[in-house]
Design a binder for this molecule. Structure first.
Ligand code: BG6
Ligand code: MG
Length: 222
């Protein structure tokens, strides 16, 4: 039975569709080193899903340091320049395992798909990956005022698709993103280590676990 637009899927980008999360980490690690802080993986976990500006505020908190407005703006620019350098070679081979199959299956089943990402670089990455056409709606860092864990990015996706929150299924790899999906009243599916998340509805190590059978159950397709 096809979906007939009852349910929809909202995908986070970094760390769900493509492993750009590692490039955000490398770029922030370099910035943190300029003020003498060694950014740890544990600290980085808290940056996932968080906007560029809010990430720098968090890093300054970890480092217990302050920057004046000019130095703050310079760090943001430098971080993005470094990040853009890292992602220049991203292409369809970088799609995380299971993502192409899931996007193809959901589209064939008539499930509308939205992107809900904090990144201002989302469109260029989707284009490089060759998957833009799967997304009926793209909500990214250019369209929202509030960072995850605020639900704004997912609420906008649900409104743009015209599907009520209780019928939205969000795929996320970040603590903040799962909190945002739950705050929006949506089904929250975490990808990664269960210890990183507060009560997701489901948690899978990666998208290879989301077989057609599993997706059929989650989206009530049979
Ligand atoms: C999120 C990432 O998707 O986008 C965060 O998980 C990142 O790490 C945020 O800070 C903003 O991204 P960008 O590309 O606009 O700096
Ligand atoms: Mg993410």
């Amino acid at each position: 039975m096809k979906n007939e637009r009852k349910y929809c899927a909202i995908f986070d980008l970094d760390g769900v569709i493509v492993d750009t999360a590692k490039y955000h980490y490398l770029a922030w690690k370099k910035i943190a080193a300029t003020f003498g802080h060694d950014l740890t993986e544990q600290e980085n976990e808290q940056l996932k899903g968080v906007s560029r500006v809010d990430s720098l505020h968090l890093i300054l908190g970890f480092a217990q340091t302050r920057l004046d407005a000019e130095a703050f703006a310079h760090c943001l620019t430098q971080k993005n320049e470094d990040y853009l350098q890292f992602i220049t070679t991203v292409n369809s081979k970088d799609l995380l395992s299971g993502i192409a199959e899931a996007l193809t299956f959901l589209k064939a089943q008539g499930i509308p798909i939205a992107l809900g990402s904090a990144s201002k670089n989302a469109q260029v990455i989707l284009d490089q990956l060759g998957v833009t056409s799967y997304f009926e709606v793209i909500v990214d860092g250019n369209n929202v005022q509030k960072s995850k864990p605020d639900p704004e990015v997912f609420v906008k996706g649900s409104e743009a698709l015209g599907i009520s929150p209780q019928h939205c299924v969000v795929f996320e790899d970040s603590t903040a993103g799962i909190q945002a999906a739950k705050a929006a009243g949506m089904t929250a599916i975490a990808l990664g280590d269960p210890s990183n998340f507060d009560q997701p509805d489901y948690c899978f190590p990666d998208f290879t676990y989301l077989s057609e059978d599993v997706l059929t159950k989650i989206f009530h397709l049979s």
